[in-house]
Design a protein around this ligand. Structure first.
Ligand SMILES: NC(=O)c1ccc[n+]([C@@H]2O[C@H](COP(=O)([O-])OP(=O)(O)OC[C@H]3O[C@@H](n4cnc5c(N)ncnc54)[C@H](O)[C@@H]3O)[C@@H](O)[C@H]2O)c1
Length: 328
């Protein structure tokens, strides 16, 4: 069955629809013929992210909160599939406000799961995070290895995963949790708490030097948004109830190398790379074993970091009519 035929005539709820990942997913689902309900409280999301989606007759946007159970129950009445992307997403903020993080993420998933049971939702797909692994030294990260999160955000995502599996085992709800590894691409915010690629791209466009927290030897498995959207589409058609699956590029890069690569691609080698103290809650190395995603979902990432960065920059140039010389 191809992806088109899966989503035609389906009604899909995307929470966090005005955010980075949610809005990219919304656009793709609309292209595949789904009716899409977007939900976001606009805490971090932007209405401009769903500007194109709102032109479609198959899209409805609700400003609302995943902590409001009755509201969720109401809007999920005719829904077939839920993508739960809404979250308290910042690791450093979660260190400052652990209770708020728990409230949004853990009470949020419980509401989603309880509404799903009541309204007999076919499948719930949840955006988990590589942060559940914490700083265990074993690399690459495999789904069944020890998880020792080192931030309240990571703890909340681990709790969400456990609820997803429990609702599958105890109530028979069809759930899948996807553990994303550092996603980047169009619509990611260039703000203090967003991913480093979006922040550095903002710096580069303003001709500012780049800052690395720590010595820059730490590495991440930066994963391009189009591959993450693809993984979510594959998850909807897979038969893997209760599973937790890594979604990454499977190809780590150090922050030092990433900074060099970004300056090379943008022809901005004149900019400097400065180092400051490491941040609490930051993991040193993170790198996904994606064999389970390949086996259960047929996932095959199409973008390495350089290809993803070039695609992202092309989008940026077009979106903001910026004169940027991309070194391919
Ligand atoms: N971006 C990454 O690298 C990454 C990595 C691992 C996991 N994730 C997970 O993927 C999901 C999407 O992340 P993102 O990068 O798009 O972040 P984002 O902040 O852009 O999107 C999250 C959205 O959720 C909304 N939201 C927050 N609290 C809400 C609430 N109480 N009710 C309704 N909406 C609420 C925000 O306004 C925002 O639009 C999150 O669950 C995040 O934890 C992201």
């Amino acid at each position: 069955m191809d992806q088109e035929s899966i989503f035609e005539n389906k009604t899909v709820l995307v929470t966090g629809a005005a955010g980075f990942i949610g809005s990219n997913l919304v656009d793709r689902l609309l292209k595949l013929g789904a009716r899409v309900i977007g939900l976001d409280n606009l805490f971090n999301g932007r209405l401009s992210n769903v500007k194109d989606a709102r032109k479609s007759q198959r899209f409805i946007f609700h400003k609302g909160d995943v902590r409001d159970f009755n509201f969720l129950l109401d809007i999920t009445q005719d829904v077939d599939i839920i993508y739960h992307e809404a979250a308290f997403t910042s690791v450093p903020q979660s260190v400052k406000m652990p209770s708020s993080c728990n409230d949004v993420n853990v009470n949020g998933i419980l509401n989603i799961l309880n509404a799903s049971l009541k309204n007999e939702i076919e499948k719930v797909i949840f955006a988990s995070s590589s942060s559940v692994y914490g700083d265990t030294p074993t690399l690459p990260k495999k789904e069944d290895m020890k998880r020792i999160p080192i931030s309240p955000y990571g703890v909340s995502k681990l709790a969400c995963e456990a609820y997803m599996q429990t609702y599958n085992h105890v109530y028979g709800l069809d759930t899948i949790a996807l553990r994303y590894f550092n996603v980047f691409g169009p619509r990611q915010k260039d703000s203090t708490y967003s991913g480093v690629i979006a922040i550095w791209l903002g710096n580069i466009l303003r001709d500012e030097n780049l800052t690395i927290f720590g010595d820059g030897k730490n590495s991440r498995d930066f994963t391009y948004i189009k591959d993450v959207v693809q993984a979510n589409l594959l998850a909807a058609k897979s038969d893997s109830p209760g599973e937790i699956i890594n979604i990454g590029a499977g190809n780590p890069i150090s922050l030092n190398d990433l900074a060099d690569l970004m300056l090379k691609i943008t022809n901005k080698r004149n900019l400097k790379i400065n180092h400051t103290d490491p941040r609490p809650g930051d993991i040193i190395h993170s790198f996904a074993d994606i064999s389970k995603a390949k086996r259960l979902l047929g996932f095959n990432p199409k973008y390495n970091q350089e290809e993803g960065l070039i695609d992202y920059l092309e989008w940026y140039k077009k979106q903001y009519s910026i004169n940027l010389d991309i070194n391919k």
